[in-house]
Design a protein around this ligand. Sequence first.
Ligand code: GYE
Length: 328
Amino acid sequence: TTAATSQDTESQDSKQIVIGFSQLGAESDWRSANTESMKSTFTADQGYKLLIEDGQQQQANQIMAIRKFIQQDVDYIVLAPVTETGWETVLEEARSANIPVIVIDRQVAVSDPTLFNSWVGSDFELEAKKATAWLHQYAVAKGIAEDSLHIVNIQGTIGASAQIGRTKGLQDAVVTYGWNLLAEVPGEFTQAKGKEAMSTLLKQYDDINVVYCENDNEAFGAIEAIEDAGYHVGSDIAAGDIMVMSFDGVNKEVLSYLLQDKISYVGECNPNQGPKVQNLIQTLEAGKTPDKYSYMEEHAFAHDATVPSVEVDGQMYPVTVMTKDKLK
Ligand code: GYE
């Protein structure tokens, strides 16, 4: 009967876990992969209803989205925050509404750590330490004087954890190794801004030999600018190449750039956080307390085998050489 059917639907509905996901934007390939990971994890088949709001890189939009989720009385809020600061008030609102909050990717800087239940993401400073250890070891292996390195940094969104960690790792290495850091300019993690920033930098400096891009999309843009200006991208700094380094490594495009020596080094940043978020939610569903912080596992890739592994804080990390078969 109709009544029985509607009851069935109701009991099914009540078992469904509703998640409000405030994604910060769609600025990069990494971001699309991250959204995809959430979508493919939290399916109706698995008993979830995933509501996604795209913040378009604006914190105000994300705050609005969280307030909307609170009004809708979702079971969980997942927040991928654009920048670290400014979340206290809205997270207090979520807590007052008894809605658990899981932060993913970048971090939130809050004085009260109980304002969110758990965080899952990457160690951005470690990514930078590996990248800069690689550059140092590369220079040593090739007999390139450290003080002949003239580096520009195309930064991500200022105030985002990924920018803060990757910039800090570079700045520290510049001091340690005596490199020249000519400029640091924001590129907002996008290809268009990466290109714009690089073409401006090439007009300002004629001795750039390393471009440190805080993500792949900026690197794609920077490479366009370098080639448009008549320079050659590649690892052979001594022969006049401009070396491009980057982070993410999420798709075939960047791997093929590595293979062609258009990018020399990529520090992987793993966007597939959905399954870890699901574990956290299942732990909370079971009435247990999940780990506060979980880190993604990530690898380093290079065009060539000059540096087979990097040493960071006494620990060795392998560097995988990009080969054709890895593109399949
Ligand atoms: O590296 C970049 C994206 O926060 C790890 O954001 C993320 C970064 C990622 O736009 O491509």
